[in-house]
Write a protein that binds this ligand. Structure first.
Ligand SMILES: [Zn+2]
Ligand SMILES: [Zn+2]
Length: 156
């Protein structure tokens, strides 16, 4: 996995301030379109598809196109501001939480929730479930992707 060029600071900065700082540090311009996308993530702080972002912003930012949204998201992913999450519905979601975490998805409304599983517990789970050939070094695991499926509190 590629590490972002600059590590996220852990101060009291908002997601938006932090992201703008990282754009500038990477020598990239903060265009009105990029700014609007970052503000949307700052405001909602949830997993969003490029199409969903475009629909949320097209009224507000008349210069925005779906292609610009895709391009901006690729830039944000590259500098480590957003993570790309491939959900089980086959769609790519962009995630403002760039720390390691797992996901739960509501089978009715499609909302995706972050779940924190301590890495020591995850490691133990992998060790206990995988055939010895995997954990003995025939395969090098670099990430674990767990999806829980169910119903969110609104849909139960
Ligand atoms: Zn739901
Ligand atoms: Zn997430």
């Amino acid at each position: 996995m590629s590490q972002p060029a600059s590590q996220r600071s852990t101060g009291a900065e908002s997601f938006f301030d932090d992201a703008v700082e990282q754009l500038r540090a990477a020598g990239l311009r903060v265009t009105p379109q990029r700014r609007a996308i970052l503000e949307l993530f700052d405001h909602r702080h949830t997993h969003m598809t490029p199409q969903g972002i475009f629909e949320a912003l097209q009224q507000q930012v008349s210069s925005l196109s779906l292609a610009t949204v895709y391009n901006s998201l690729e830039v944000f992913e590259e500098i480590g501001v957003l993570n790309r999450v491939c959900a089980k519905d086959g769609q790519a979601y962009f995630d403002p939480n760039t720390q390691p975490h797992q996901h739960a998805v509501c089978q009715r409304c499609g909302e995706i929730f972050d779940i924190q599983i301590p890495s020591s517990k995850l490691d133990g789970l992998v060790q206990s479930l995988c055939p010895a050939a995997v954990t003995n070094g025939d395969f090098e695991i670099d990430s674990v992707d767990i999806w829980l499926k169910g119903l969110c509190s609104n849909c139960q």
